[in-house]
Design a binder for this molecule. Structure first.
Ligand code: C2E
Ligand code: CA
Ligand code: CA
Ligand code: CA
Length: 275
């Protein structure tokens, strides 16, 4: 009964149709969503060891008029396969720059956005980031791009060149979901990175202490490479304490904040600054 409720609520469970029809419907709806106003960037605050908000991550939300909230895990893969991710990525960039415009550096020092491998590989990618920043007039160092290890496998040399071009514009660069996928420690030192984000799966496993050694090792390596270390998916005080005592700089997770619509982000910031 529970799965039925969910199926009604989101309407996208593959069991309802064949997978192909499901995908096609979602793709068509996604096109409409782009034309309308259904795709909204939400913001998950990130805090330092003292609990101060030092930044945030923009996370896309799709509020479908009939189907309700559709999760990124459902629509991002479809967006990537169909190429719609390019227009969506532009929308994300614009909304991120606008949020940074509306908040000063004291309120929100930095905002990170997710860049899909497909976007990153576009010849026009660096220029479009540059234009977005110029249009909004924000300090480029307040914007950070999160890329996954997936962009490295195709062409490391080209990846490094693109990243250098982005550093010339002045944006920050983070390696996202670190530790899953094609991790190779050897490329870490070759990339002009500012930040490393430890994947949520390792943080969750901390509770049964399987991954303590892995997390400690990742933090040590990242710190030795002078990268800011961010842990995502922090859900408990115990996880936060372990991470803090092992040198992690920044924390992101439900223990602190969920992803918030812009107005709620502003309220959270004001709340923190008045206490
Ligand atoms: P991600 O980049 O690894 O983002 C972190 C995900 O972890 C987000 O899921 C966030 O809501 C979730 N999260 C944060 N703290 C916690 C926690 O304490 N516990 C748990 N269980 N989860 C937590 P979300 O928003 O569903 O996004 C999923 C993925 O979709 C993202 O993973 C990212 O890969 C992709 N995505 C989201 N927004 C965008 C976007 O604007 N562009 C692109 N290309 N991808 C996006
Ligand atoms: Ca991310
Ligand atoms: Ca992740
Ligand atoms: Ca990711």
């Amino acid at each position: 009964a529970k799965t039925e409720g969910r199926a009604k609520a989101c309407g996208y469970l593959p069991s309802m149709h064949t997978a192909a029809v499901w995908r096609l419907n979602l793709e068509q709806d996604l096109r409409l969503a782009l034309e309308g106003d259904q795709l909204q960037l939400h913001f998950q605050p990130q805090v330092d060891g003292d609990g101060r908000i030092v930044g945030g991550e923009g996370l896309l939300r799709w509020l479908h008029p009939k189907r309700g909230m559709v999760q990124p895990v459902e629509f991002i893969p479809v967006a990537e396969e169909s190429g719609l991710i390019l227009d969506i990525g532009q929308r994300v960039l614009d909304q991120a720059c606008e949020a940074l415009m509306r908040l000063d550096a004291r309120q929100l020092p930095r905002l990170s956005i997710n860049i899909s491998p497909r976007q990153f590989g576009q010849p026009e990618f660096v220029a479009s980031i540059g234009r977005g920043i110029e249009r909004s007039g924000i300090d480029p160092s307040r914007l950070q791009l999160e890329i996954t290890e997936g962009v490295m496998i195709d062409n490391l040399i080209e990846t490094i060149e693109t990243m250098r071009d982005l550093k010339r514009i002045g944006v920050g660069l983070a390696i996202d979901d670190f530790g899953v996928g094609y991790s190779s420690l050897s490329y870490l030192k070759r990339l002009p990175l500012d930040e490393l984000k430890i994947d949520r799966s390792f943080i969750q496993e901390l509770d049964n202490s399987n991954d303590e050694a892995i997390v400690q090792t990742i933090i040590t390596i990242a710190r030795n490479l002078h990268l800011t270390v961010v842990a995502e998916g922090v859900e408990s005080a115990a996880q936060r304490d372990f991470l803090l005592s092992n040198g992690c700089h920044i924390f992101q997770g439900f223990w602190f904040f969920r992803p918030l619509p812009f107005d709620a982000l502003v309220a959270a910031i004001n709340d923190c600054q008045s206490t």
